[in-house]
Write a protein that binds this ligand. Structure first.
Ligand code: COA
Length: 159
């Protein structure tokens, strides 16, 4: 039976760290649904549709990846997608505490939903979307941290 995993996040913007998690997930699952959350509470720089479009462009060479938007509970999305696995990247102990809490609450709401944690590659362990946006705002170089298409979009957005 083919296994689909959902990789949810705000992706404002998607970084090389996220892409590394997606590539590694593809070794484990038949299909990865990258679910871009509205996350209105985070006041994202990019609109939801823009984040979806950028993620699609960044991942266009990966046939087994689907990028979708969602604005509701992750458990409802998992049911809609007939997926029973959530993938999350964990960079640090601090991430783990937050992630374990979310995984636990999702399990309370949907017991059959399993959350799998992948440790972030050490190269990207200090990376975050917020830091990328901040470096770009201050005219720093972000080409090592995001795909070229996303670098371009950030530059245009901030210009
Ligand atoms: N490499 C580099 N950075 C990474 C990373 C990796 N592998 N994994 C995560 N990050 C960074 C992100 O860039 C992001 O940085 P930021 O805070 O500066 O934006 C941060 O870690 C965490 O972001 P992300 O992975 O996008 O998750 P999130 O916390 O923004 O999103 C959701 C969490 C969307 C999964 C969660 O809020 C959710 O499920 N929402 C739906 C509503 C719901 O069901 N709520 C109940 C949950 S119990």
């Amino acid at each position: 039976m083919s296994k689909t995993a959902i990789y949810p996040g705000t992706f404002d913007p998607m970084t090389n760290g996220h892409i590394n998690i997606i590539q590694r997930s593809l070794e484990l699952f038949d299909k990865v649904v990258v679910a871009v959350a509205a996350s209105a509470g985070k006041s994202p720089l990019f609109e939801l549709q823009q984040r979806v479009d950028l993620a699609k462009q960044a991942l266009c060479t990966h046939q087994q990846v689907e990028v979708i938007a969602f604005d509701g509970l992750l458990v409802d999305l998992a049911r809609q997608q007939h997926a029973s696995i959530i993938v999350r990247g964990v960079r640090s102990i601090a991430d783990f505490e937050y992630e374990a809490q979310m995984a636990g609450m999702n399990r309370q709401m949907m017991p059959e939903l399993e959350t799998i944690f992948l440790t972030t590659h050490s190269q990207w362990a200090d990376l975050s979307s917020t830091l990328v946006r901040d470096i770009a705002r201050h005219h720093g170089k972000i080409s090592n941290f995001v795909p070229a298409v996303i670098e371009q979009a950030i530059m245009e957005k901030l210009s």
